[in-house]
Design a protein around this ligand. Structure first.
Ligand SMILES: [Zn+2]
Length: 368
């Protein structure tokens, strides 16, 4: 029996490196030898307090039938090593990223309404490789539907190709926000997604771009990635209770920024976002909230502001990211702060991201 090594999730703080049977490559499927796989916030949420997106204890996932344990990892790059008999779109040897989103195409079902509207990221039967569909990137290889393959030119290093997924998230948020070149933008939080949004906005011709961030290390990164100013929201001006970020933004713009991306997701950042965005502007939520927040609808009615959110990406977003990387304009390699072997994924990636969050943007895992 041929086996592959994989990091499998059994429950909170229980991820095991195991040798498991190699998966068959079906007629519409493609086998990818994994080069790199990033570890992200949702993996950490599973690790610390799951199962959340992974199948629940004792239950099969409603759309894929998958049960625990599951192989983790959904930010992967690699090389195609086998294609199914009915695959015509991908050839062996192709370097690629994987769009891990699973929708009706993967299930072989008729498209639901969101899928038919070109929004497979909102599919009624949505699942994700590395969380709720069979196979993940924290493994020697993965077998995916041919529609999941994102071809990447060999001029882009495979390490950088593993960043396509988090960059596609950022790309999707910017696209859905209806950002236009020249728009002024405020980003609340310089974590991995906030920084990815900043990098992509610079490529797409943002006007003034400000970042709000408390951590000195992350603030440095935001400056390095091209923010016009990084404001520490914890800094108080003496004798003035006004939000320092809102005060700064209003001093630099005519009535606020065109778009604010909230990549933090607490009451304080929501309040800042609403106050720092101009009349008719957009407050765009990219954070996942642990609990509901308070909102005054008058803030939207009286100033015609919009509040929006976005989820994941579609193949268009991956294509935009690959094009930007290939053009050399998107200098994403600086997002990689460590590369560790699969055997060290727990200490070197999960625990490291928990203990030294500030020091990292993206840790990549390299199977071998
Ligand atoms: Zn669907």
């Amino acid at each position: 029996m041929t086996t592959v090594t994989a990091a499998r999730y059994y429950g909170p703080k229980d991820v095991r490196i195991e040798d498991i049977a190699q998966q068959e490559c079906g007629p519409l499927q493609v086998r990818v030898k994994i080069a790199f796989c990033g570890v992200c916030g949702s993996d950490l949420h599973e690790y610390l307090g799951g199962p959340i997106l992974t199948p629940q204890f004792g239950h099969a996932h409603p759309h894929t039938g998958l049960r625990l344990p599951v192989t983790l990892g959904h930010e992967m790059s690699g090389t195609v090593v086998e294609v199914g008999s009915a695959v015509t779109t991908v050839a062996v040897g192709q370097q690629c990223a994987v769009n891990p989103s699973v929708d009706d195409r993967h299930h072989g079902l008729e498209q639901c309404r969101p899928c038919s509207l070109g929004k497979p990221n909102l599919c009624k039967r949505w699942a994700c490789y590395g969380l709720s569909a069979l196979g993940g990137g924290l493994s020697d290889e993965i077998v995916v539907h041919s529609a999941s393959i994102v071809p990447v030119p060999s001029s882009i290093p495979l390490s950088v190709s593993a960043l396509c997924e988090p960059l596609a998230v950022a790309c999707h948020m910017i696209r859905v926000s209806e950002f236009q070149p020249g728009d002024s933008v405020l980003i609340l939080g310089a974590g991995p997604i906030g920084l990815a949004i900043l990098l992509l906005l610079k490529v797409q011709g943002v006007g003034q771009v400000f970042v709000s961030e408390i951590s000195p290390l992350r603030s440095e990164k935001a400056k390095h990635f091209g923010a016009d100013a990084v404001i520490n929201p914890a800094q108080k001006v003496q004798g003035n209770d006004r939000d320092v970020v809102v005060g700064f933004v209003h001093g630099q713009t005519d009535g606020g920024v065109d778009i604010t991306f909230d990549a933090t997701g607490i009451q304080a950042t929501l309040d800042t976002a609403i106050a720092a965005t101009r009349a008719g502007g957009t407050i765009f939520n990219v954070a996942i909230h642990d609990k509901p927040l308070q909102i005054d609808p008058n803030a939207f009615t009286l100033m015609e502001k919009k509040y929006m959110g976005g989820l994941c990406y579609t193949s268009e977003d991956f294509a935009t990211v690959v094009e930007a990387l290939a053009s050399g304009k998107l200098r994403a390699e600086e997002m990689i702060t460590a590369i560790v072997p699969l055997s060290d994924v727990i200490g070197g990636a999960f625990e490291e991201l928990i203990s030294n969050k500030d020091r990292h943007i993206k840790i990549l895992v390299r199977p071998q």
